[in-house]
Design a protein around this ligand. Structure first.
Ligand code: SF4
Length: 412
């Protein structure tokens, strides 16, 4: 019996309209044929302009292509142009996104310099106002976006869902012959709130391609259900993220699983990993994780990948773990310079393996790989370059020698 060839799985693509967040000559496209964008958010008080500008810079240098800052008070709005100016002075042209709740209509109207300094506005339809005020205040924000030529994210969050809409939908549901369960009504309310608000913005004259939607929830299965429905019902670019994902491993795993499932289906044009930082953990960690999600799915490449085995009783020491870490750290820290100097370096693959069981095989699949000596093996570490054994390292300086070989390979 002949077996069928097995093809590698690859993420589907879903073509959406394309939004543009612009600052100076930096045009960050979102959706359409653009790569999935990484974004993040500061946790500084926006009134503290210098501290905020420094954190924006750190996030941008870590790879965040858009950075959101909260604009919650007149004092914060007054500082936004100054934050922008500081960034421009530091040569950081990352577009800033203003996060508005409750008073965005006033801040965007009363602080035109703030409205101009931002490149995108986040509008939460659940926090724009109630009753007839809602429509007027929503319109004021959309008019500001049109006046200053900014894109918007209409970002629904189930922690702040439009309560009037939810109550109306619950009421309609109770009159159905076969009512949906409460969760289904909630999903429907989230999706409806986002899409109806987008249509309302378009009816005010906003170009639909400048609208990005999000419906954030905190459960993995909820997020998958809501985004599948959102993607089915519209072609706006989508911002993907699990809200309040949590701390440490739990938040990282939940975000990776949820976004991985959806990105594989072609759903998601920009992502944010929302982690609660652990004490001492840098804010930039969420950017690193977002990049890892995209790179592990094969959607983008940011840094050469290092394949390392987990180690086991066959490894004589932790040398290979240390070596894998050293190489990984070195590659990451060198990327800002290398990216410009060595185009394509980010697609390189390295392997650092603990013994001969899988070492030579895995090393041959990499551009450059090393198999360290395991228990009972001769104290020699074969190095493979482009699939061929190139040399054998021996002695006490294997780690240092291998790093040098990697550097030379990249330079060549
Ligand atoms: Fe263990 Fe060797 Fe496999 Fe690494 S490659 S996990 S050291 S058997």
């Amino acid at each position: 019996q002949e077996s069928l060839p097995v093809a590698a799985a690859s993420p589907l693509s879903r073509r959406t309209r394309q939004a543009r967040a612009v600052w100076g000559s930096n045009v960050v496209t979102i959706g359409g044929d653009a790569p999935v964008r990484i974004q993040s958010m500061t946790n500084t008080d926006t009134q503290e302009a210098v501290a905020t500008a420094i954190q924006v810079k750190e996030l941008a240098l870590a790879g965040s292509e858009l950075v959101r800052i909260t604009v919650n008070t007149p004092e914060a709005a007054a500082q936004v142009p100054y934050i922008r100016e500081q960034l421009d002075r530091m040569g950081i042209d990352v577009p800033l996104v203003g996060d508005f709740h409750y008073n965005g209509h006033r801040l965007l109207t009363e602080f035109p310099d703030c409205a101009q300094a931002l490149s995108k506005y986040r509008i939460n339809p659940g926090n724009v106002g109630k009753g007839e005020k809602r429509d007027r205040q929503f319109a004021q924000m959309i008019e500001a976006a049109m006046r200053w030529d900014k894109c918007v994210r209409i970002g629904v969050n189930w922690g702040s869902l439009d309560q009037e809409l939810l109550a109306q939908m619950m009421d309609e549901n109770s009159r159905r012959a076969d009512p949906w369960d409460a969760k289904a009504v909630m999903y429907e309310a989230l999706v409806t709130s986002a899409i109806e608000s987008a249509r309302q913005a378009e009816s005010l004259g906003m170009d639909g391609s400048q609208i990005i939607l999000s419906c954030k929830v905190s459960g993995v299965q909820d997020l998958v259900s809501v985004y599948r429905e959102l993607a089915r019902r519209c072609d706006y670019a989508l911002h993907l993220g699990l809200t309040e994902a949590g701390m440490g491993t739990k938040g990282t795993v939940a975000s990776s699983v949820a976004m991985g499932l959806l990105l594989q289906e072609g759903i998601g044009d920009t992502i944010r990993v929302s982690l609660t930082p652990q004490p001492g953990e840098p804010r930039t960690q969420e950017v690193v994780i977002a990049a890892e999600i995209l790179q592990s799915l094969g959607l983008r490449s940011f840094v050469p990948s290092v394949t390392a085995c987990p180690g086991c009783g066959r490894t004589t020491s932790t040398t290979f773990q240390e070596l894998a870490k050293q190489i990984d750290d070195h590659l990451r820290s060198s990327m800002p310079v290398w990216r410009a100097k060595y185009p394509g370096v980010e697609t390189m693959k390295l392997a650092v393996m603990g013994c001969i069981v899988n070492g030579p095989g895995e090393s041959k699949h990499a551009d450059i790989g090393i198999s360290l000596p395991g228990t009972g093996e001769a104290p020699a570490a074969p190095v493979f370059i482009d699939g061929q054994k190139a040399m054998t390292l021996r002695g006490d300086n294997i780690a240092r020698d291998f790093q040098r070989i990697v550097e030379e390979y990249i330079e060549k």
